[in-house]
Design a protein around this ligand. Structure first.
Ligand code: OSB
Ligand code: MG
Length: 373
């Protein structure tokens, strides 16, 4: 069966509240949604969950839309793919642009799963039926507001709290939360806001019994992280610096990371996520599923990947409706007792709300076999 039609949607959804991190303030949800349809009329949807600006990685949703329409769609339309690996081979001439590729790769996983009636988690060899969840808390306006939010999330059943930090919002808020919750699984995420000159701050944080310190140093660094890790007891967890299994090999070789945050979008899809998972498992390195504020479409792929055995720490998996005015799936997932169920329907296991997809689409391109460019 050939891919007869490709649709690329740039979507923009208003947030309930803006979200502040060391990368800046996110004011809207953006993504590129890919729809693939094969010659039998079977449809698959995927998400390239890139941010509004290139502040997290080099890609934004707007650059991903360009890559999807100019570079990737012409390599996919009219072709017959029997595996995600075959699609990745076809788009291999295009360098980087991992979020954009994830949109196509995940859409194909969904389509192939629907063709054979198999849930993605089963196709991947997942071993878990539900995934424990944590929340990622933005840089707050005050300590009081932060402590209240932590209390609320714990009352909702979240199993881990991650605090976003930046210079000026680090030691005090983390100490305050730790003092109030001595047994909480607590982590911090700097989104690359520090340098090795800040070593003393992280040495002092060893006292706070954090489960990990996520991406303290530059987004593209491995060497300084290995030097910092040699100075502190708390595990470093790389996020931005890990784009591929090759990056992971280098990071493990250098001792730059003791835990790895895997995000389907950041690493170029489900196949690369599984490769990183397998390499970490073979080296005794725990992994967990991060997030980039995916819609229910992207989150469902994350849930399937997080069903693999070595995803041993809670995922960033808050329901999209906590942030956005609307989600793009008909039945949003729910957190029950601090867990989210891994989808069991065919493919990624969700149904897209096509009316809402149309409503939140800002730009749209269609490719068909008769009109491949
Ligand atoms: O660094 O983990 C991050 C969101 C967008 C970009 C980067 C990050 C995040 C989060 C929230 O921390 C994760 C989520 O719930 O999707
Ligand atoms: Mg992070």
């Amino acid at each position: 069966m050939d891919i007869d039609r490709v649709d690329v949607h740039l979507i923009r959804i208003p947030l309930h509240h803006s979200f502040r991190t060391s990368m800046g303030t996110m004011a809207e949800k953006t993504a590129v949604i890919i729809r693939l349809e094969d010659s039998d009329g079977v449809v698959g949807y995927g998400e390239a969950p890139a941010m509004p600006n290139a502040t997290y990685t080099e890609e934004s949703a707007f650059s991903a839309f360009q890559c999807c329409t100019r570079d990737l769609a012409p390599l996919v339309v009219g072709r017959d793919f029997t595996s995600a690996e075959a699609l990745l081979d076809a788009v291999q001439p295009i360098r980087g642009n991992r979020f954009a590729k994830t949109g196509f790769e995940t859409a194909l996983w969904d389509l192939l799963g629907r063709r054979c009636g198999e849930p993605l988690s089963t196709s991947l060899g997942g071993t878990r039926t539900r995934v424990p969840v944590g929340d990622s808390l933005e840089i707050a306006d005050s300590l009081e507001a932060l402590l209240d939010l932590v209390d609320l999330r714990l009352s909702e059943g979240y199993r881990r709290i991650k605090l976003k930090i930046e210079p000026g919002w680090d030691r005090r808020p983390v100490e305050a939360v730790r003092q109030r919750h001595p047994d909480l699984m607590l982590t911090v995420d700097a989104n690359a806001a520090y340098t090795l000159a800040d070593s003393a701050l992280f040495e002092a944080m060893d006292e706070l019994e954090l489960t990990m310190i996520e991406q303290p140093l530059a987004f593209d660094d491995l060497l300084d992280h290995s030097i910092l890790q040699s100075r502190i007891r708390t595990p470093i967890c790389l996020d931005e610096s890990i784009r591929s299994v090759a990056d992971t090999r280098l990071a493990l070789h250098l001792g730059s990371t003791r835990i790895v945050n895997i995000k389907t979008g950041r690493v170029g899809g489900v196949v690369e996520s599984r490769r990183i998972h397998d390499l970490c498992a073979a080296n005794g390195i725990p992994v967990w599923m991060g997030g980039v504020f995916e819609t229910g479409i992207g989150r469902s792929f994350n849930l399937a990947v997080a069903s693999l055995a070595n995803f041993s720490l809670p995922a960033d998996m808050s329901p999209p409706l906590m942030y956005f005015e609307s989600d793009l799936v008909l039945v949003p997932f729910r957190i029950v007792d601090g867990y989210v169920d891994v989808p069991t329907g065919p493919g990624a296991g969700f149904d897209v709300d096509v009316d809402r997809l149309a409503f939140y689409t800002d730009e749209h391109s269609t490719f068909t076999v008769s009109d491949p460019a």
